[in-house]
Write a protein that binds this ligand. Structure first.
Ligand code: PHE
Ligand code: FE
Length: 307
């Protein structure tokens, strides 16, 4: 065990200095005694806001996962930030995954290592009330509410483990930026098409954001393009505004099948090709919606550059 002196270096949430024992793999026991009544109230408010808008917007697999985890039942009973051990027991029985508490963002190899072993790292602390609409760093609401329900789905659970193993490999090949783009445009900001052609959300960065949950489906501003693995791995993204482009899959099987091949030759081939900016549309793209790219509507005028 190593002691992390303080969390004062975390910019997102200035927690009181605490001596928390953090293991070499960056995990710790969820410090439930540090949650205040206000922390639990912030969870409940975030939960309530999303519950009001996500039916009909979130994909069925997400809503089923949320239900299966008992998060909704917890809320009905007046519960706040969930107990990671209890969620892990339910999750493990369903798909073999467990949740591990971490102090915040962890180094890439640590993150990939946990994922490859079917352990999902979850930030233990919650945002402050004044950050309720937006926080750039993941907190417990984003990590639990946004990510964990889909780990109850067997296909998505396998995809996430494969992603972890793929990350360890990409690090050795100098291709982490390509894999990061894949994560961003699928796990964090992915849309999925239902059999009737309507779109639903499966990306956790959207599912934990009230405003983007509406924007990504209803706004005329962003592009919505058919998922294409190579295209997506060439596309830069925005980290601090709504997305300019969403990629749409037809099913989790499509996503898992497309990412099953060895990426080594794909990484090599892509290095000879130029990147796309976050808003670009290429002649060969299958376009579902060509966005107006109205900067005011997307909030893009204040944003930083694509990465
Ligand atoms: N098939 C990928 C590789 O060879 C691994 C991977 C699977 C990456 C699923 C992301 C998602 O690197
Ligand atoms: Fe995330």
């Amino acid at each position: 065990m190593v002691a992390l002196a303080s969390h004062a270096d975390l910019p997102a949430r200035d927690l009181p200095a605490q001596d928390l024992s953090v293991r070499p793999d960056y995990t710790l026991d969820q410090p439930r005694h540090l949650y205040t009544a206000e922390d639990h109230a912030v969870w409940r408010d975030l939960y309530q806001r999303q519950a009001a808008i996500l039916p009909g917007r979130a994909c069925a697999e997400f809503l089923a996962g949320l239900d299966g985890l008992g998060v909704a039942a917890d809320y009905q009973k007046g519960g706040g930030i969930p107990d990671f051990g209890r969620l892990s027991d339910i999750l493990e029985a369903a798909t073999g995954w467990r949740i591990v508490a971490v102090p915040g963002l962890v180094p890439d190899e640590v993150f990939f290592g946990h994922m490859a072993a079917r352990r999902f790292p979850v930030t233990w602390w919650i945002r402050r009330r004044d950050q309720i609409d937006y926080i750039q760093e993941p907190d417990v609401f984003h990590d639990i509410y946004g990510h964990v329900p889909l780990l109850m789905n067997p296909v998505f659970a396998d995809y996430m483990q494969a992603y972890g193993a793929g990350g360890l490999k990409a690090a050795k090949l100098g291709a982490l930026h390509r894999l990061a783009r894949l994560y961003w445009y699928t796990v964090e900001f992915g849309l999925i098409e239902q059999a009737d052609g309507s779109l639903r959300i499966y990306g956790s960065g959207i599912l934990s954001s009230k405003t983007e949950s509406v924007f990504c489906l209803d706004s005329a501003a962003p592009n919505r393009l058919r998922f294409d693995l190579r295209r997506l791995m060439r596309t830069k993204y925005r980290i601090d505004t709504f997305q300019k482009t969403y990629f749409v899959i037809r099913s989790f099987d499509e996503l898992f099948d497309a990412t099953r091949p060895d990426f080594t030759p794909i990484y090599a081939a892509l290095d000879a090709l130029p990147d796309y900016g976050a808003a670009d549309i290429a002649a060969e793209d299958a376009v579902l919606t060509r966005g107006s790219l109205d900067a005011k509507e997307g909030g893009w005028e204040d944003g930083t550059a694509d990465v």
